[in-house]
Design a protein around this ligand. Sequence first.
Ligand SMILES: NC(=O)c1ccc[n+]([C@@H]2O[C@H](COP(=O)([O-])OP(=O)(O)OC[C@H]3O[C@@H](n4cnc5c(N)ncnc54)[C@H](OP(=O)(O)O)[C@@H]3O)[C@@H](O)[C@H]2O)c1
Length: 311
Amino acid sequence: MSVPSHAKSVAFSGYGDADVLRLTESPVPEPGPGQVLLRVRAVGVNPLDWKVRRGFMEAVFPVAFPHVPGLEASGVVAAVGADVTAWKPGDEVLGPVAGGYAEYALADAAKLAAKPADLGWEAAAALPVAAESATRALGALGLVPGETLLVHAAAGSVGSLTVQLAVAAGVTVVGTASEANHDHLRALGAIPVRYGEGQFDRIRAAAPQGVDAVLDAAGSGVLAESVALAGGPERVVSLVDPAEAGPLGVRFSGGGPGEDRTVEGLAGALALHRAETLALPVRAALPLADAASAHRLSEQGHGLGKIVLLP
Ligand SMILES: NC(=O)c1ccc[n+]([C@@H]2O[C@H](COP(=O)([O-])OP(=O)(O)OC[C@H]3O[C@@H](n4cnc5c(N)ncnc54)[C@H](OP(=O)(O)O)[C@@H]3O)[C@@H](O)[C@H]2O)c1
């Protein structure tokens, strides 16, 4: 595969609303040791992408401008670093990337997985972040078969993967979602509960046996009541709100150094795909140049399934 010297990407050069995202042409990076250069076929859009773009994450996730967002992708290996033996040009893969809103992006060779031939580019690009986050959260919660897990924002991308992996592990799952997404949760094997006023009464009614652990992927001020429900903060994890978690003694998991579970997460998600039970729909697939529309859609904070961009 011949690699051009320059290629298209979408970047921003200052924090702001979605209009700061610009289609640009820049040099294609060369893979260093341990790296792979991907010809990106699809890239997943994550809430973190617009939170960073808005400057909300500046203290913990500072970026250099111009910054190309994009944490996860599917694509074809275009070139490999000198010491990389696991992959060769032409291999079809999925996994975490740096600067994935681009025709070409670098990836850590050790974190990629082979893309099954019967998994589409869009569906593959949707998996890495959700699979990693769900696997990390479930690991932190230490669930065993027969226990009950409450997932806030169970219909979201991370929530949906968490439900599927937990149900497959023999855990009973109660998940909050808007009513439009209750059939989706039932199909995944979870007990759906409508969020909003009175949700903890509805959760208690849905889980009369009690709740052993709680994952918050919503960040809607539910941690104090979640701690009361679980009988303490030890088995409550937040993926969203470190400020609310800290004073309650709740663990915030941000996927920092030492926490990454990509390899295990992708293995688990691809096992669900092989068993034909994987359900992470792609609700919108837009051209790379429409990244601003993709961000506006993600910022609405509702809806079922992933948004992907197609470079
Ligand atoms: N810390 C980490 O490592 C990490 C990793 C990945 C993601 N995250 C964060 O986790 C959150 C979810 O990410 P995602 O990719 O799953 O997002 P997503 O796919 O956009 O899903 C968001 C979901 O939130 C639900 N929701 C909105 N308001 C809610 C509420 N008050 N109660 C319960 N559910 C509510 C929506 O459900 P309805 O459509 O039914 O309203 C929607 O399905 C984001 O804030 C993201 O930044 C953190």
